[in-house]
Ligand binder design. Sequence first.
Ligand code: 9D3
Length: 248
Amino acid sequence: MKFDIVTIFPRMVEAGLAEGVVSRGIERGILSVQVHDLRTYTTDRHRTVDDVPYGGGPGMVMKPEPLARAVEDITQRRGTPTSVILLSPQGRRFDHAEAVRMSALPHVVLLCGRYEGIDERVRTGVATDELSIGDFVLSGGELAALVVVDAISRHLPGVVGDARSVAEDSFSRGLLDYPHYTRPSEFAGGQVPDVLLSGHHEDVRRWRKMASLRRTLERRPDLMNIASLDDEGRAMLDEIRNEQERKS
Ligand code: 9D3
């Protein structure tokens, strides 16, 4: 899969691509990521990428031409992208389902905004999609682009060392993770649950599933989708609810 990232802070983006899962995907040839400095697509002496807003008001607006030229150049050199995504607070929320869906796309261009806003004609004439990574204010799209590349790349075969980690990921199963432990068996006043030391694989499996259900119910009831549970999961959920009934 090919990614092209357009930014005024190429070193910031390159630093984020140089470690971990994404860098391994690049080394293995599963991923090809190119970072493009938006200023190389300017034509004036000062390499200007922003300008004052029509209509007045505070702040600067990102000019449309350098972004449009960047996408043109990427198209010439790397082929026509399957999507051109503008990262912005006004975008549709990026989530797990979107990451899985996008991992099937062969070529994605990501445009990182800075300043107060981006000329509207980038949205309507250059980008094909607009994404946000959540309801908080970032200073620009660079960190969001890294989040999107990371979340998508995990779903490409061979990028994550152990494919089971991806398949069993909490959002793939629709539940939060169960608690994890390693040695020592006692630490900071906390003891590793006996069942995990028992060597009874079936007991361990059931304990973990119960713990996942408990945690999801407690912390993220919005994720609790009874319809997606199997018979065992539904029976466990009843058990947990009965437990809580007795406590109150
Ligand atoms: C100070 C400007 N704000 C006025 C209400 C609007 C604003 C413009 C640009 C707020 C943040 C940004 C920069 N953010 C992004 O480019 C961005 C982002 C984000 O801030 N949150 C979540 N996802 C994303 S994706 C890109």
